[in-house]
Design a protein around this ligand. Structure first.
Ligand SMILES: Cc1ncc(C[n+]2csc(CCOP(=O)(O)OP(=O)(O)O)c2C)c(N)n1
Ligand SMILES: [Mg+2]
Length: 596
């Protein structure tokens, strides 16, 4: 009788082959290839499909060559695994890997796959597939009842709408080439997730050790603008009265930020960050025109602009409520400017150019300088105007950083976090949903690479994200997650906090705790402002009775757990929590805001 999944292994179904010393299989080659391609970590959730991988790791450890494989991080939930890989890859700009259990583990990855796609994250996801023999024909064939139940009709189809590439490993003979090619596709811009599956029999296939040359699988080189388009955009920006650059994720490559700063400074161009999930332009720069997410009002800089360069932006504006002037000349630069993965997307641009944003901005800035396109008087007047508007914006924001009637507001909380982190080496992850804009406006992150969001819309990213970000950071760097209470729960905090402790990746989590989901309430009010739900305040979004959110982290990961509601005490509460994190233990602070 075969052993049931999770059941004991009886004498009859245990493999009685002689010692497998020297065992080298598809699984071994697969793991070697990942390491050769620069993958440092595999974030894994294991199952009956993975004996080959488990054996390969044990063999490597027994033979003292564990370093030939990426380090395995066990994640009790797949959401945590993929979000950890996502954040690790964001910080290091190196591809990472995730291993999950057949179709079931694949489904548990859930929306994190779309986050990786929208965040342009190079990650290889591998899942086993149900064995395809059942009478003992091949090693690895079916031996557990679950092998029939887990069989999926179209396992690769689960992720096909959300990955750049998917394939099945059909033999070990070319598994290395397959892994390298998959990662080559994942890393080439627009970077994104790729998915490989392999059944047990294939992953058990004995092989002669072999090598491939990873240098043959480099990602595609960055693309440049043509000379004509470079000139057209440079000239348009230089002649504009009110030029504006709108960006969301140019700062994914932190080295691109100083290039944008150079171009903006040469011509005194204002920069608007729209639905930004990284630092694209220093928040303290006088040419900064602010942040917008789901902004209801018309942005004045956008309305005034006569030439707009949209560079690396999924959502440069929401046209129903906030749009450029009809006669504005719009240019779009992006490695994937038409966004075929977004079924509906349109910007009324004069020119769409497919190029690497850093390379393109360097080209434009170089031409502006070489041909002296900046008209000094015009540029200086504009520089002063934008700086004055920027200063007025910040002064107005500063005035709002007060608690209201003894209640902590999101603006006050964010100001406290900003002051806490001032001058320290820190990395902030944000998943603050209806407070995204407030967090950006009051934090005003300035150091490239010091602020990250998922880039997608599937909640729960910061749980595992903080683990991956910390593993990718130095011991001194504090990782701080700012997260809505709903998003905290989506992140499977019991799993995330357990992983953080087990792998020594402590972080500070600050929960913007309004005891519910403000977002669906606000969505309803946008569509039914005077409807029955609004009249009765009946939105089904409250989390009463309240859960003790930090206590989940304490129970699962030994975290320091606090709830704060007093505005006066808040700065000290945050300071104590950060000190705990610096001491090597995670801390979770739930900060009570006004309830939804
Ligand atoms: C995986 C997933 N499920 C559901 C949603 C829909 N959704 C969008 S925002 C939101 C509420 C988020 O709550 P919270 O993090 O507390 O932020 P708040 O809205 O209170 O600011 C929900 C449920 C989503 N985006 N992703
Ligand atoms: Mg909430």
């Amino acid at each position: 009788m075969p052993a049931a999944a999770g059941g004991p292994v009886g004498a009859a179904d245990q493999d009685n082959r002689a010692s497998t010393a020297g065992y080298y299989s598809t699984s071994t080659a697969f793991l070697e290839a990942l390491a050769e391609a620069g993958v440092s970590y595999i974030f894994a959730n294991l199952g009956s499909d993975h004996p080959g991988l488990i054996e390969a790791y044990a063999q490597a450890r027994a033979e003292g060559r564990e370093d030939a494989f990426p380090r395995l991080i066990i994640c009790p939930h797949e959401t945590v695994a993929l979000s950890a890989a996502h954040a690790y890859a964001s910080v290091t700009r190196q591809p990472q890997a995730v291993i999950v259990h057949v179709g079931d583990g694949t489904q548990n990855l859930g929306g994190e796959v779309n986050n990786a796609m929208r965040g342009h994250i190079p990650v290889l996801i591998f899942a086993g597939a149900s064995p395809y023999t059942q009478e003992g024909e091949l090693p690895g064939g079916r031996t557990e009842f679950i092998h029939w139940i887990q069989d999926a009709r179209d396992q690769r189809g689960i992720l096909r709408g959300f990955v750049k590439y998917d394939n099945e490993i059909r033999t070990g003979r070319n598994v290395k080439q397959l892994v390298h090619r998959a990662l080559q596709i994942a890393r080439s811009d627009p970077a994104g997730p790729v998915y490989l599956v392999g059944a047990r029999e294939v992953m058990e296939e004995p092989l002669e050790p072999y090598t491939v040359d990873p240098a043959q699988f480099r990602p595609v080189e960055p693309a440049a603008l043509t000379a004509g388009v470079t000139r057209e955009i440079a000239t348009a920006l230089a002649r504009a009265r009110h030029p504006l650059i709108v960006t969301s994720y140019l700062g994914r490559d932190p080295d691109a930020v100083p290039v944008l700063v150079d171009l903006a400074e040469q011509l005194a161009i204002g920069v608007l960050e729209s639905a930004a999930f990284c630092v694209n332009f220093p928040g303290d720069h006088p040419l900064h025109c602010g942040y917008q997410f789901t902004t209801t009002g018309q942005n004045p800089a956008l309305a005034q602009a006569d030439v707009i360069l949209v560079v690396d932006s999924h959502v440069p504006w929401i046209p129903a409520t906030n749009r450029p002037a009809p006669d504005a000349a719009i240019y779009v630069i992006d490695i994937d400017p038409l966004r075929p993965t977004m079924p509906l997307w349109q910007v009324a641009a004069r020119r769409f150019a497919a190029a690497d944003s850093k390379v393109a901005l360097e080209q434009i800035a170089r031409l502006v300088r070489a041909e002296n396109l900046a008209e000094a008087q015009v540029v200086e007047r504009r520089r002063a105007e934008i700086a004055a508007a920027n200063q007025a914006r910040i002064t107005a924001l500063d005035a709002l950083e007060q608690p209201e009637a003894g209640v902590i507001t999101p603006r006050y909380l964010t100001a406290c976090v900003r002051d806490l982190l001032a001058g320290t080496d820190s990395l902030v992850l944000t998943e603050t949903i209806t407070n995204y804009q407030i967090v950006a406006e009051h934090l005003r992150p300035s150091i490239p690479g010091s602020y990250l969001g998922s880039g997608g819309g599937s909640l729960g990213w910061t749980g595992g994200g903080a683990v991956g970000a910390k593993l990718a950071s130095s011991a001194e760097r504090a990782v701080v997650s700012l997260v809505g209470d709903g998003s905290y729960l989506f992140g499977v905090p019991a799993s995330a906090q357990w992983v953080a402790r087990r792998y020594n990746a402590p972080s500070l989590t600050v929960i913007y705790d309004n005891r519910g989901w403000a977002a669906p309430k606000f969505s309803t009010l946008r569509v039914h402002g005077h409807g029955a739900a609004a009249a009765a305040d009946d939105f089904h979004v409250s989390f009463e009775p309240e859960a003790d959110l930090p206590a989940i982290a304490a129970a699962a990961g030994g975290a320091y757990a606090v709830t704060a509601a007093d505005p006066d005490e808040l700065p000290q509460v945050l300071k104590d929590a950060l000190a705990v994190v610096r001491g090597g233990r995670s801390a979770v602070v739930s900060v009570h805001l006004a309830p939804v």
